[in-house]
Design a protein around this ligand. Structure first.
Ligand SMILES: Cc1cc2nc3c(=O)[nH]c(=O)nc-3n(C[C@H](O)[C@H](O)[C@H](O)COP(=O)(O)OP(=O)(O)OC[C@H]3O[C@@H](n4cnc5c(N)ncnc54)[C@H](O)[C@@H]3O)c2cc1C
Length: 408
């Protein structure tokens, strides 16, 4: 192959993972170009990743000064977390500070479209080239580099590829890597609801076990800048399509957020969540690195999707920066191999953590039901019992032991 080590690295996909990978490569002095399947100015629906963890803000800040701070300033930190069991409050705690370290809070809540706008602006400031309408079609990896072809017939020769092209990743398929895992039994209805301009609700994250007003279904309410995420867990006997219809969703929104929100539903979708990881994050020649949803899909409880995609992107850029400057092929290979090993282990940890939350939420067995009811009963006397009910829907705290500078 004729390319030199100075040819830009190709990042496939301009989602949050791909854009972070491009910023992180530039921060390490590595030339990069982004190929994105969709057109410029596209409209991506839904709020999707709203919970941006503090370690993610720090990762973005480290790679582009001011970026983490911009996200934090635009997002909101809800001061209160609250849990109700069949309509009765079992836990509530309000914090008097946003926590975190330095200028950056413990987390911020911001719709993914806005996060993506900030990333896009940062790339524009650095003049990073993004080729829109450029879907990657083939990826041919060899020991000394990679040849990428886009659907419009253009060819790119590059020393390394970051495959950040999302769940249906062409790059993953091209390197012969496969998703392995499972899918949630229950469906979940997710709606974005616009904040009421005159009578906004207090910013609190509220989890309802068996909400009495919506047929005893679990409901999660999360505020973000400009709106609310309403997440309703269907019963196994539900028809998710019927529940996701405009009339039913508006009704459930009115019963959970308040009547004044009935006509403020902006977007609705129903999901069965996949819990899968790619069987390899790198190709046989150690020239292609999968990152983000190209490499893993998790149920959203614990907010591990975008947060871990951004951690992948940062580590992929580190590995490529060292490999590209290395004077030994063996060292270059080892760097990429290490990336694969670290991020596969992290993905497995994140998958299990999200799986724990999912299992808990779906758990319909006698023992699980008894534990939840007992904790609700004890919550009047022991705060720990209520706090357990408040924590459990998001899985274990903490992150993979392999993630040294982040939490995902
Ligand atoms: C309802 C919901 C709630 C969520 N909540 C959270 C949360 O609170 N916190 C969190 O961390 N995560 C959350 N997530 C997950 C989060 O949205 C994803 O993890 C995140 O979008 C993954 O980013 P990505 O860049 O890896 O993939 P994507 O966002 O899918 O981006 C991939 C990009 O690649 C492009 N592409 C596709 N094919 C090609 C190709 N062949 N060539 C070039 N480009 C291509 C796509 O057009 C897209 O721009 C949630 C997801 C959902 C659905």
């Amino acid at each position: 192959m004729s390319e030199s080590q100075h040819d830009p690295v190709v990042v496939a996909g301009a989602g949050p993972t791909g854009m972070t990978a491009a910023l992180a490569l530039r921060a390490r002095g590595v030339p990069v170009v982004v190929l994105e399947a969709e057109p410029e100015g596209r409209n991506r629906p839904g709020s999707r990743a709203i919970y941006v963890h503090g370690t993610t803000l720090h990762t973005l800040e480290r790679n582009r000064e001011g970026l983490g701070k911009r996200l934090a300033d635009a997002g909101l930190v809800w001061p209160t977390r609250r849990t109700l069991f069949r309509g009765k409050e079992v836990f509530s705690r309000t914090y008097d500070s946003p926590g975190g370290t330095g200028d950056l809070p413990h987390f911020t809540s911001l719709p993914q479209v806005e996060t993506e706008e900030f990333l896009l602006d940062a790339l524009a400031e650095l003049d990073v080239e993004i080729h829109w309408d450029s879907a990657v079609e083939t990826v041919e990896s060899e020991p000394d580099g990679v040849r990428v072809e886009t659907e419009d017939g253009r060819e790119w020769e590059t020393p390394y590829v970051v495959g950040a092209d999302g769940a249906g990743s062409t790059v993953r398929k091209e390197i012969g890597s496969n998703f392995e895992g499972s899918q949630s039994e229950n469906s979940f209805i997710i709606a974005d609801v616009d904040e009421h301009p005159d009578e906004p609700r207090a910013h609190e994250r509220v989890f309802h076990y068996d909400h009495p007003e919506v047929g005893g279904r679990n409901v999660l309410l999360v505020p973000f800048t400009g709106g609310w995420r309403v997440d309703i867990q269907c019963k196994l006997t539900d028809d998710p399509e019927r529940l996701a219809s405009d009339a039913v969703v508006s009704d459930m929104v009115a019963k959970t957020l308040g009547e004044r929100y009935r006509d403020r539903v902006d977007w609705v979708s129903s999901y069965q969540f996949k819990q899968v990881t790619a069987d390899s994050f790198v190709d046989e020649h150690r020239r292609v690195l999968l990152a983000g949803e190209a490499g893993h899909l998790f149920a959203p409880f614990g907010a591990r999707g975008m947060n871990s995609g951004i951690a992948d992107a940062d580590e992929a850029a580190s590995a490529i920066a060292v490999a590209a400057r290395s004077e030994s092929d063996g060292v270059a290979r080892a760097e990429v191999e290490l990336y694969g090993a670290r991020r596969e282990a992290a993905a497995e940890w994140n998958k299990n953590a999200a799986g724990e939350a999912l299992e808990y939420l779906q758990g319909d067995g006698v023992v699980t039901k008894f534990k939840k009811r007992a904790a609700a009963g004890l919550s009047d006397y022991y705060e720990d019992a209520g706090e357990w009910l408040d924590d459990a829907p998001y899985g274990p705290r903490g992150g993979p032991p392999i993630a040294t500078i982040g939490r995902y």
